[in-house]
Design a protein around this ligand. Sequence first.
Ligand code: HEC
Ligand code: HEC
Length: 448
Amino acid sequence: MACKQAASPPATREPTGRRGPGAGAHRLRLLAAFAVVATAAAAGAATPDPTYAAGFERTRLLREAGRLVFSDPALSASGKQSCASCHDPKRRYNPPNGLDVQRGGSDLTAYGFRAPPTLTYLNRIPPYSNHFHESDEEGDESVDGGPAGGLTWDGRVDRGERQARLPLLSPFEMANTAHGVAQAVRAARYAPLLREALGARALDRDEDAFAAVTRALAAFEEDYDEFSPYTSKYDAYLTGRARLSAREARGLALFEDEDKGNCAECHVSRRGRDGSPPALSDYGLIALGVPRNGRIPRNADPAFHDLGACGPERADKAGQAAFCGLFRTPTLRNVALRKAFFHNGSMRSLRDVVAFYATRDITPERWYGKGADGRVRRYDDLPEEYQANVNRDAPFAGQRPGTRPRLDARDVDDLVAFLGTLTDGYLPRNPYRAERARAAARTAKAGR
Ligand code: HEC
Ligand code: HEC
């Protein structure tokens, strides 16, 4: 087994395998169900049985309500903030503005300490697991890929429904109470939709009304045309509908080259064996040693650290050193629509992000602050006892002050050009669906 031990063994098994510092570059392929096909098939079913038809109608109503819930500021304590305030549908559910982290709370003055992720491709995120095992043919099932999956930057929640509770109640997001949400939803114009879907009494009790809201949001987030469209130029390229420009193609090659960018080790860029489109993430939890963001008010306290999987937001790994500093690898789909990058929004351009990968360990003074002694504090958002968790696979492997970066300035530009091909909206519709329909028609013809 190709695991390396990380510095300090905690009580439970550690995150090992390729996610340990310097571990080998095992490609991890995501097995996430390729739900698009199932949905398309369900939608086209010719003679649905009555219970099935009722379920389908309930989902449709919940989804319609969920779309309205998502943009309803009445559900927040301030009366001014909705899910869309931080996850803008017009920017593929990325933040609407250039703030590093967003404001919330009852008077919209409370800052969080994390950047809102895109909500596109949520359905590709597997449930959280401490030990992700690949069972792709190419991979070795006995190799422990380490912790992966789960919603939020630290993977602490699993289902959309449970996730939606968080922002509704978080003091630095919508800051409401279950009672406040219930009252607002009873008065909302979508209340009749929820009652039709869930029953006439469905909004009578506070708990039920709150649950109706989170169910509607989860149903909306399962609208794959909206949230997982697969209409980027890269999808057009993968399905033979477009060519990449010379720069984009060069960027893709660097992205996949294990000795250059090696980005695809974590941000999976190839189609699955079943033809499923790449999610541009394996959703592994990794410590990249992202710089501390001094613009976040919480960081004015030098003792405060967002340590990702080991806390403070996530509770079940508290005190387990091997989980400190780990954040979930995000999808890079629609990343070019963001203005602040990484879990703490510390980077302001994609060019900086890629340059960080190229020179993190070569010119740390460019990225990190100085300590009281005037010396650069490498990985300055991670207390020293956890710094052994920081990943050193390529492009970081072998890099130290004085070595030549694996990526030069032109490489960085070409990688940024490639990242620009991952924005949805290049194609009018999901090309994989048409591909599958054609394949099914061919099979049917051959079987006649
Ligand atoms: C004030 C800004 C803000 C508001 C309002 C907000 N969110 Fe978020 N959202 C965030 C942040 C920040 C995160 C990352 C949280 C973390 O990692 O702890 C997040 C994470 C998520 C995730 C997990 C995404 C992933 O990739 O794991 C989902 C789903 C989500 N939000 C849905 C919602 C819904 C639904 C609403 C409305 C009920 C909402 N959000 C309102 C800021 C916000
Ligand atoms: C070892 C795994 C790994 C490799 C290799 C890797 N990444 Fe990442 N990437 C991550 C993780 C983990 C994060 C989130 C880190 C954080 O915020 O703390 C991330 C974040 C990003 C982001 C910010 C996304 C956002 O929504 O803010 C970009 C852009 C990105 N990576 C591009 C790249 C490129 C380009 C390469 C190759 C040069 C690369 N990554 C190589 C794991 C990896």
